[in-house]
Ligand binder design. Structure first.
Ligand code: PAF
Length: 282
């Protein structure tokens, strides 16, 4: 089956309906394009779980808090379509802005406590309302059986799971492990902006997280968080925005190790490029 490309909601809606009526399950991988091996692995995971795979490519303006960041966001449609086809994707939804938003439309707002207000929620005000607004619209348009998101955006993934429950979407959300370069650097569309020297600096993020994961629960949460923070603050050329150890579902800070998972999350600038990464401490 060659890749079907749809620009309109009614087209993707009726294609997915036709597949579901034939008894096929549909997996969905939302993206903003500039696809890399991390996205390809999401498509492959969706193809392993579902009979049909739909991706979307939409650079969502409402989730950028910085106009420059939106302008600089790489747009590589032809290469993206080749990656989708090679990874086993059956259809892609590439809407124009006016297909998804009415003029001057405002984003919806969800409040899930620290999960929505801390870390990315604090440093990028409005970002998550933009993400959840577009993901809700995409879920309504594509109505998949399963949707796939990478753990690299751990806070986003956790929020999308909460929003899907709150909005009563009848779909399963599947988390995919972060795909890393051989150096350990988490794959990201933003990595292509890093110079060779910046790449070496950026590698310290995953190195710190890996070391923290090895220490795990052998020391207190406060000590683990502090060690990682000090390690990252001592990296020349890296400007740390946050390094925080929190409860993996609620994002509450931790006094003691919880029975559930904890997650250590980092956001840092290397030059002009803002990078995020995390590790789950089981
Ligand atoms: O993670 C992303 O690429 C985006 O935030 C998403 C989920 C496609 C929404 O625009």
């Amino acid at each position: 089956m060659s890749l079907a490309v749809f620009e309109h909601i009614n087209q993707v809606d009726s294609w997915v309906n036709s597949q579901q009526e034939l008894g096929y399950t549909v997996g969905f991988v939302p993206t903003m394009g500039a696809l890399h091996a991390g996205h390809a692995s999401l498509i492959e995971l969706a193809a392993a779980h579902c009979d049909r795979v739909v991706a979307s490519i939409f650079v969502n303006p409402t989730q950028f808090n910085n106009a420059q960041d939106l302008l600089k966001y790489p747009r590589t449609l032809e290469a993206d379509l080749r990656i989708l086809e090679a990874s086993g994707c059956h259809a892609v939804f590439c809407p124009a802005i006016d297909e998804m938003y009415t003029p001057n439309e405002r984003t919806a707002h969800w409040d899930f406590g620290p999960l929505s207000t801390s870390l990315e929620g604090f440093f990028r005000p409005g970002h998550f309302d933009g993400v959840l607004t577009i993901v809700k619209k995409l879920f309504q348009a594509v109505h998949p059986n399963k949707a796939f998101f990478g753990e690299k955006d751990f806070q986003q993934l956790t929020l999308i799971k909460r929003m899907a429950v709150e909005e009563k979407f009848a779909l399963e959300i599947i988390a995919a492990p972060t795909i890393r370069e051989a150096s350990g650097l988490a794959m990201s569309s933003r990595n292509r902006r890093l110079s060779a020297e910046e790449l070496t600096i950026a590698n310290q993020i995953s190195k710190t997280l890996l070391e923290a994961n090895q220490l795990g629960r052998s020391i207190s949460p406060a000590e683990l968080g502090l060690r990682a923070r000090i390690q990252l603050m001592s990296v020349q050329g890296l400007v740390l925005e946050y390094c925080a150890l929190v409860h993996a579902q609620t994002f509450e800070p931790l006094d003691d190790w919880p029975n559930e998972k904890a997650v250590l999350l980092v956001a840092a600038f290397v030059g002009e490029t803002r990078l995020i990464d995390n590790v789950v401490i089981s």
